[in-house]
Design a protein around this ligand. Structure first.
Ligand code: SF4
Length: 389
């Protein structure tokens, strides 16, 4: 087995034609893990949030929300800066009272991404948040109290040229819609959103982002699909209150993935009961898995089986933090043995393959570059990646 692994990889390095050469040479085009499927985004109009644009002409923005008391300015800034470092494009803060609204002004001075104020119940907090520099506000108009109060928010947002997210949520839906639909169903969520769109448009406000969140994946996906057909405003996706990871991350990935695959979604948040950095990473990973985030490398690693010649998991865990420091899109495959090395090494930018006798082969686009001992592999491949473009 070991001898076979080594000799097979060695033979491969001599005889295996490159994928590109094959594609040029023969009538049958071979594709190894190169994606042939493109996601076509749903057409969504442009909406500006600070210096970030939402809409189908722009990358899907990653967003998250702080867990600090917003009026604790230092702690809130620290958490936003941490989220920025993880790749967050915009951040939301809770504004449950006046002190929090006033804190926005100081927070804005120290951060580098747009700041969104999350308001419930009291329209005066929305007004204060706008005056203190919020780049967008998120309200659920259904719990603001009256249309007159919502209108005051609209008029001030118009004056300050900021967007409003109409954030309809299954947990705070209008009572009459709950009764009409027998609960916070997908249709009820969409009807609420459409009613409010009509109201905003009647008052000549179209700087709108929408969300129709539910903690139930099926309701949530159905609601976004229905809403996506009815308007062209950017959609903020999220499975609300998803729970604790890893289940919450999987649940979010299933729901968000179902929508993103259909081109639905312009900004995304994975919301879990977990640290903000972990939520941002999960959001980024959902997008990365669909080729919708391309600012960092991706590791492909086999699950290993009785054929493995190297400790793939240990190696992947050691390599990942080093690899993520390289801020460019790269695919690195780690394979325990030679079984899948042909396809995976051609589809990846780099591949590591266990060859036996404590050795691994490093591949670059399907071609062997060198042999390295298992204990030196991380340092070697990082050195190679850094020296090549
Ligand atoms: Fe098993 Fe080799 Fe496949 Fe990994 S690459 S799962 S070790 S056969």
């Amino acid at each position: 087995m070991i001898a076979h692994g080594l000799s097979y990889v060695k033979a491969l390095s001599k005889s295996r034609p490159r994928a590109s050469a094959q594609a040029q040479a023969g009538p049958a085009k071979l594709r190894y893990n190169c994606t042939t499927v493109m996601i076509t985004r749903r057409k969504a109009r442009k909406v500006k949030i600070g210096d970030v644009f939402l809409g189908s002409d722009f990358p899907i923005a990653i967003q998250s929300m702080t867990q600090t008391r917003t009026e604790n300015v230092a702690a809130t800034i620290a958490q936003i800066l941490e989220a920025e470092k993880e790749g967050c494009d915009m951040m939301r803060v809770a504004v449950p009272h006046l002190e929090a609204a006033k804190a926005l002004k100081e927070i804005k001075k120290k951060i580098h991404i747009p700041l969104i104020a999350d308001i419930h119940f009291d329209y005066r907090l929305a007004l204060e948040a706008i005056k203190n520099g919020a780049d967008k506000i998120r309200i659920n108009p259904g719990n603001i109290g009256s249309k007159e109060k919502v209108l005051e928010i609209i008029e001030l947002a118009k004056k300050y040229k900021i967007a409003i997210r109409i954030g309809v949520n299954a947990g705070s839906l209008e009572q009459e819609l709950m009764e009409k639909h027998g609960g916070p169903t997908a249709k009820a969520l969409v009807e609420s959103a459409l009613n409010w769109i009509k109201f905003f448009e009647k008052h000549k406000f179209t700087n709108i982002v929408l969300s129709v969140k539910s903690s139930d994946v099926l309701d949530c996906v159905e609601a976004y699909k229905l809403l996506a057909k009815k308007c062209d405003y950017p959609l903020h996706l999220g499975i609300t209150e998803a729970g604790i990871p890893p289940y919450a991350a999987i649940k979010s990935a299933v729901g968000l993935g179902a929508l993103l695959l259909e081109g639905i979604g312009d900004t995304v948040r994975v919301s879990m009961s977990a640290p903000v950095a972990e939520q941002v990473q999960a959001t980024k990973n959902v997008l990365k898995s669909l080729h919708l985030y391309n600012k960092e490398p991706e590791i492909i690693a086999c699950p290993t089986c009785g054929r493995k010649q190297i400790d793939v998991e240990k190696l992947a865990r050691k390599l990942e933090p080093e690899l993520m420091k390289i801020k460019r899109p790269l695919k690195v495959a780690i394979l325990g043995c030679t079984v899948n090395v042909v396809g995976e090494s051609m589809g990846a930018d780099y591949a590591i393959c266990g060859g036996g006798k404590g050795k691994c082969a490093i591949f670059r686009k399907g071609k062997i570059l060198k042999w390295v001992t298992e204990k030196n592999i991380v340092g070697e491949i990082i050195k190679i990646i850094k020296s090549t473009k």
